[in-house]
Design a binder for this molecule. Structure first.
Ligand SMILES: [Zn+2]
Ligand SMILES: [Zn+2]
Length: 211
């Protein structure tokens, strides 16, 4: 049974689908800064190399314990990603995004060994390397896969797989990210870290310009 746990053990979430529907390494500013912020507040450190092991999971789960300890934050006002975290230990549990259409969530809990029992596919891509400084890029561990799957921006193979990912996902009846957000009273926008909103435009903000 796939489980997400926060580091302090207050929150435990059991996944309806015990495998991921996509997996890549995300180097984007928003993810890295989100984990950085949580770490500033006492959470686990993010990965050493600004490249976060990310699995997409079905948006269908059960909160075994700790619902009252779960909070949510946006990196900045109108940000398109909502990150759910444990208010006691600032472990980031998973994230929702409008493009996920209620069917999947993105989980970066592997950054602090917070995922157990999940069947994970091999890493499919490394993306948003353009968000890294030259020094950060040099410090990345070598990419073991096809060099074509290292992307400056969003991974083409992620976009290509999106319809199939949504198909493989599901919107939980018992609990899902939207229901949880309602139950915990919405997301907060921290006002104590300008760095959270100092990144390049997020994917969704770039889409109209690209379209
Ligand atoms: Zn915790
Ligand atoms: Zn990211």
């Amino acid at each position: 049974m796939g489980t997400i746990r926060c580091r302090c053990g207050a929150v435990e979430i059991e996944l309806a689908l015990s495998r991921d529907v996509f997996r890549l390494e995300c180097c984007c500013y928003d993810c890295n800064t989100g984990l950085w912020y949580a770490h500033q507040r006492g959470g686990p450190p993010g990965p050493a190399n600004q490249c976060i092991d990310t699995s997409w999971l079905a948006n269908d789960f059960r909160i075994v314990k700790g619902e009252a300890a779960i909070g949510a934050f946006l990196n900045f006002k109108n940000a398109d990603t909502t990150r759910f975290y444990c208010k006691q230990c600032w472990s980031v549990l998973f994230a929702d995004h409008a493009l996920y259409a209620g069917k999947v969530i993105a989980c970066q809990a592997a950054a602090y060994d917070g995922i157990t029992g999940l069947q994970r596919m091999p890493l499919q891509a490394r993306h948003f390397v353009r968000d890294l400084s030259e020094a950060q890029r040099q410090a990345l561990p070598p990419w073991g896969g096809d060099p074509a799957n290292v992307y400056p921006g969003v991974a083409d193979n992620l976009i290509a797989r999106f319809p199939a990912m949504l198909e493989a996902g599901s919107e939980g009846i018992v609990m899902n990210a939207r229901l949880l957000l309602e139950r915990i009273g919405g997301a907060v926008v921290p006002d104590d870290a300008p760095r959270l909103s100092a990144g390049p435009p997020s994917l969704m903000q770039q889409l109209p310009a690209a379209g």
